[in-house]
Ligand binder design. Sequence first.
Ligand SMILES: [Zn+2]
Length: 466
Amino acid sequence: MAFHGPGRQAVCGNLFPGSEIGQKYFCVNPSGAGSASAGLTATPAPGGPSAPAGTIGGGAAVPQPHSNPASEVPSPAEMEPDRPIGYGAFGVVWSVTDPRDGRKVALKKMPNVFQNLVSCKRVFRELRMLCFFKHDNVLSALDILQPPQIDCFEEIYVITELMQSDLHKVIVSPQPLTTDHIKVFLYQILRGLKYLHSAGILHRDIKPGNLLVNSNCLLKICDFGLARVEEPDPSRHMTQEVVTQYYRAPEVLMGSRHYGPAIDMWSVGCIFAELLGRRILFQAQSPIQQLDLITDLLGTPPLSAMASACEGARAHILRGPHKPPSLSVLYMLSEGATHEAVHLLCRMLVFDPAKRISGSDALSHPYLDEGRLRYHTCMCQCCYSVPSGRVYTRDFEPSAERPFSHSYEQSMLSVWQGKELIHRFITEHQQGKRVPLCINPQSAAFKTFIRSTAWHSSKVSRKEER
Ligand SMILES: [Zn+2]
């Protein structure tokens, strides 16, 4: 998607020049498109819409009656074999071909769902969120694979859009990152985050690796394994086992028992600085050193900024030498660290969460004006072009239509009950939609998939959260 605005250089599309994408991020297999397969099969649902079944990767792409004709010709990247693309604490992600239209999509297995009630609730929450999201800068579920009968129901597979890379890979790569790139990325991060926060959702693990990007610079926030609904009652305790350490807000580092959307904004500030300087802003060995690096930059916080901190953390700060702020070093991050950029950055990197800028206020900062213009001129889905020019949307940064509700969790009192609820949710979610997909357990690639999944699942041990 190229940029067509007058007097402006193309930035969208320059990040990973097209021909490199295949070699860099996918195994190209021009001779046998999809000879390996994760074994997905499309099956007509009983009573559902009828269409011929197809098998993923077998060359039997089944065009849908209403599909876009342009989408029926797969690009070279879409003809590559199925393969694993990522391993996270909460699942394994594979790149697979959807047999219904031949498109490459991401398939995620949510592991250990029914181990206990806490994991059952966590996975159901993530699943419901993925189905709830309707925003171009937030990854959402395109489909959920048809579950087997409830007695055999052990795993959940979700299909999402396949993205080519993530911001961590971009930052550590030798690819040039211009101010235009940084502005359009930051704009989209904040745009997505404003939407999440307006739905009452805290992401709690915003980091470059959880910001997926495409070659046209489109960005989507992903991984909602740690996300939860905002807690309005300040007396209710929330887990401190959140956010990758480098991006963890000072209030969490200081043992605050209650926190809000400001923790995500702190992470965005760290990422903004990382985009400018192309290195991690606060890269410490331990949480205490992490806090020390933060106070080295921001100076010793006043007592009022540590109101929610635990006693030990407050004593640690007060015991140390008094540090003056040294924010002027932010100008040395790079040439892109202009006065405007540093001004916005300093509004994000505020020790006191009550005084930290919100997502929607950050979007009003003049630093983001160009990113907004660029995004809505050549990248968005909400505006469109007519022969006489561009027709812009009325709301550039929409909020969620309604808050995300987690009231269903109250009725989940046992693992078996959870299983029934999730099974029903998936079945109802699919009704009347596309031809359902399911796993073909006989396929060789599926066996590979399961092996890698089992291996990674066994390595994962993570404290469950509240
Ligand atoms: Zn738009």
